[in-house]
Design a protein around this ligand. Structure first.
Ligand code: B3K
Ligand code: ZN
Length: 875
């Protein structure tokens, strides 16, 4: 397959002014008429008209009114080329596609009998021939025609300008988008749907129509999405001065969708998972996901749509920035500092769980990649979440106000344009008078930098030095520009006021941001009366691995007193990790000595658990042990079974040693009364349910009946789900509860996904049990949510079974990568990545993983998507 390189970018030879699309929608044969007006690009370097097209049948092509004959154009692969075209061109293109056969869910497809589109990144070419690249921005008019009874709702981008009947049972709707956009933001929906709608008044006084479209029967699940949309609109006005530019904004939910949602101009299309919620079917995590994704897609309207990407290598320009914006939105919606910290800790967990491994594995790539085979493989945690960290670092370096100035300048310069990550960095630098040239390396250099800290205290001169150095695993990399936020704690736990030598911090500041730009630098704090405990990388101020030789006592001190909640949590994670690694080594060495957990650690956990001055949500996070995946990342040779045994031992010990306190907190954190997804209530439920899960590691009559009672009586999905998960993880027979859950929710697809997911992730579920679940009538590989819930959860969230010694789960993986690839290459390629870290496992497992990878590689009919992932894994 062909590799595309960033360095090969050339501007388009022709620019498009207007696009008029006509659709005669039929699931078996949709006819698309496309009229494009284009003109030669004065900045173009090539001279031919180049259009993309894929899986569509060309019926007729006319240029400036004249039908082009074979020979007057050429089609090679996905490219249609017209040589020697005049400077002004009107193209009229008629094509046919077959939506009902489109299982890739890219382009125009059918889901539950309704039509939807997904065009990012390169799906528009599956609808019509077009210069399908984001730097070609045009105005679109769209005419939709379809059977009225089957597809009563006809939607596209922008404003509805005309609708009516065509006779013969068909009707039409004409839509016009007043804004120029790249083709990847085109969308249409033709469906039988209903909507919740509302007129909303912007700060400026202008009224806009907001709609959330769902299938009939789901209108009782749209309130939270609508509320989140209104909150998003208000937040973007207040925080960034950005107003909704359309008179109408629509969200449409679809059950078959490759990702979370899509920011099509004025017509966001969403995975049902990120729209539908009521207390009966959705958990607190689902509610938080809806708020974040509704916000994310809405914020794209400015960061992505009004200002878009020049090419797909710049994807993080819109995604990193928009993730950062949705993170800030969610944090601001909670409001309190402690709530904000909880969202930050969640972000750090995601980075460590998913992004650090990606950056250390075969798919490692810079935030702005240099090459790809299939762009859909680069919608990654690196581009999204690390990209968001990169944006966050600007804010850390120039401050909140400085960041706003940078954003203002970015829009002032680039509204209506397709630009690059360099353009964004230049706006930040210029608006703040800062030199951010070195900062470019965050975009160009892959991998997670390691920052090592050493300290020395001079009691006579009262100086405390922090010596920071940086290194990377890539030999030829240059030093990064790293903001390292630091605080110092006195012996009594107080935050010491800081005087940094040569610094400009405010009088009395207790956190300062050190800027590490060289390989090694010394930072000196003056007037320090006692040897302090350093709190380094506060608020996780950079996406790095921090090495510092903390003693247990220092970590315990930080765990008790650090005023920075992220580092307070981090100290607990370090304490736990040290123990987990020791226990894992002991299990792996098969020593006869019984495993032991020290009382120091248990006492620290206990003290935190019962500290009512702390946010329940924070306590919950601080009590969760690092995941098996995160532990694996710390080991040179991964032994998943030893990790599992060690972690289970720790969980069991916490459960038994802290039994009384866990029970007390379980009862103290009940949330009686009507369900509310607010952060405080959700935090209480999270803590309560964590207590329950610890108590159920070794269940007894009392704890078992608590879980059973909660399962039977819970008034919301969060509690019911948590109780059932605790039961099935406890080892007792929970089949009756599982069956009851299934029966109660058999008509709620998203809940059935949970039913599959919770079973897939249970350590008792082996590959044979997964195969049995796949035979269940409710299972299908064709629906991405369903496939993810069972298959992905098994390979990614059930490591002790995925790595079964006989390699049977690897063979299962290979079989289903191949099966999924024949249906949906994007989903298959994601699934293929479960094997990314294969080289790190013990030799016996590694050999079996390699054999499974080779089995997939040997297939002749692989998609580019899967081929790229497998080739890189084996390289
Ligand atoms: N921009 C879309 C992702 C499109 C996926 C292409 N395979 C969702 C988002 O980030 O908002
Ligand atoms: Zn996005």
């Amino acid at each position: 397959p062909l590799t595309i390189y960033r360095k090969d970018y050339t501007p388009p030879a022709f620019l498009v002014d207007t696009v008029e699309l006509g659709f005669d929608l039929d699931p078996h044969r949709t006819i698309v008429a496309n009229r494009i007006t284009m003109q030669r690009n004065p900045d173009g370097t090539n001279c031919d008209i180049v259009l993309h097209g894929e899986e569509i049948e060309l019926v007729q092509l006319r240029m400036n009114g004249k039908v082009l004959q074979a020979g007057e154009y050429s089609i090679e692969g996905v490219l249609l080329t017209i040589k020697n075209a005049p400077d002004q061109v009107v193209l009229e293109i008629e094509t046919v596609c077959v939506p009902v056969e489109n299982t890739t869910l890219s382009g125009l497809y059918v889901s539950n009998g309704n039509f939807f589109t997904q065009c990012e990144a390169e799906g528009f070419r599956r609808i019509t021939y077009f210069p399908d690249r984001p730097d070609v921005m045009a105005k679109y008019t769209v005419m939709l025609r379809a059977d009225k009874a089957t597809y009563p709702v006809l939607l596209s981008n922008g404003n509805l300008i005309e609708e009516g009947d065509l006779g013969d049972g068909r009707h039409y709707a004409k839509w016009e988008d007043p804004f120029k956009k790249p083709s990847y933001l085109f969308a249409l929906v033709a469906a039988k749907l209903v909507c919740q709608e509302e007129t909303y008044t912007l700060n400026s006084g202008r009224d806009v129509l907001l709609q959330v479209w769902v299938e009939d029967g789901n209108l009782d699940k749209t309130d939270y999405a609508m509320q989140s949309l209104k909150n998003s609109i208000r937040w973007d006005e207040e925080r960034f001065g950005l107003e909704l530019d359309l008179d109408r904004f629509m969200i449409v939910a679809v059950g078959d969708f490759n990702m979370g949602a899509m920011e099509n101009k004025g017509l966001n299309i969403f995975n049902t998972k990120f729209v539908l919620a009521n207390p009966r079917v959705a958990t607190d995590i689902d509610y938080a996901g809806i708020e974040a994704v509704v916000g994310h897609e809405y914020f794209h309207n400015w960061t992505g749509n009004r200002v878009t990407c020049r090419d797909w290598f710049q994807l993080s320009l819109k995604e990193g920035l928009t993730v950062f914006r949705d993170q800030e939105f969610s944090a601001d919606m909670i409001g309190s500092d402690s709530g904000r910290a909880v969202t930050r800790i969640d972000q750090v967990r995601t980075l460590r769980q998913a992004q650090f491994p990606e950056d250390a594995g075969p798919m490692s790539h810079p935030v702005r990649p240099d090459s790809f085979v299939e762009i859909n493989n680069f919608y990654t945690v690196t581009v999204y979440e690390k990209g968001a960290e990169v944006v966050r670092m600007y804010q850390t370096l120039v401050g909140r106000d400085g960041f706003r100035k940078g954003m203002d300048l970015y829009f002032e310069r680039h509204d209506g344009q397709a630009v690059t990550c360099d353009d964004f960095r230049a706006a930040m630098a210029d608006a703040n008078g800062r030199d951010l040239r070195q900062f470019e390396r965050w975009y160009s250099q892959a991998g997670t930098p390691v920052v090592t800290a050493r300290t020395r205290y001079d009691a006579v001169k009262r100086n405390f030095d922090i010596i920071l150095s940086q290194r990377s695993n890539h030999p030829d990399q240059l030093p990064f520009h790293i903001p390292v936020a630091v605080g110092l704690l006195g012996e009594d736990g107080r935050a010491l006021p800081l005087t940094l030598d040569g610094g400009t911090q405010e009088q009395g500041a207790t956190t300062v941001v050190l800027e590490l730009t060289e390989q090694e630098q010394i930072f000196r704090f003056r007037n320090i009366d006692e040897r302090p405990t350093p709190s380094i990388l506060r608020d996780f101020s950079a996406p790095v691995i921090l090495e510092y030789d903390y003693t247990d006592d220092e970590l315990l001190h930080l765990f008790r007193h650090d005023s920075d909640p992220v580092n307070r949590w981090e100290a607990g994670q370090r304490l736990a990790m040290a123990r987990l690694l020791k226990l894992t080594a002991q299990v792996a060495a098969k020593q006869d000595k019984p495993l032991k957990l020290d009382t120091t650690f248990l006492d620290a956990q206990r003290a935190l658990l019962i500290d009512d001055t702390l946010d329940p949500a924070f306590r919950e996070l601080a009590l969760i042990l690092p995941s098996e995946g995160i532990i694996a990342e710390q080991m040179d040779v991964v032994d998943p079974h030893a990790i599992h045994t060690a972690r289970q031992f720790m969980r069991r010990t916490i459960g038994t040693e802290l039994r009384a306190e866990l029970l007390a907190q379980y009862h103290a954190n009940q949330t009686p009364g009507e369900y509310s997804p607010d952060a405080l209530s959700a935090g209480k439920r999270a803590l309560k349910n964590l207590c329950l899960s610890y108590l159920l590691v070794t269940p007894d009559a009392v704890t078992l009946s608590l879980a059973q009672h909660q399962c039977e009586q819970a008034g919301n999905m969060t509690d019911r789900f948590a109780a059932l998960v605790a039961l099935i993880h406890s080892g007792v027979d929970a089949s009756a509860y599982l069956q009851r859950f299934y029966d109660d929710f058999s008509s709620e697809a998203l809940v059935i996904d949970k039913w599959f997911a919770m079973q897939a992730a249970t350590p008792a579920t082996d590959v044979a049990a997964v195969r049995k679940l796949m035979a269940h009538p409710a299972f299908t590989l064709k629906n991405p949510n369903r496939a993810r819930s069972l298959l992905f959860n098994f390979t990614n969230a059930n490591p002790s079974q995925f790595h079964a010694a006989d390699g049977s789960a690897y063979a299962f993986w290979a079989e289903h990568v191949i099966k999924l690839d024949a249906i949906n290459p994007q989903v298959a390629a994601r699934f293929a990545r479960s094997m990314d870290r294969w080289r790190r496992y013990a030799p016996a497992l590694q050999a079996k993983m390699k054999a499974a990878l080779e089995q997939v590689a040997a297939q002749t009919k692989l998609s580019n998507d899967v081929l790229e992932v497998i080739t890189k894994a084996l390289a």
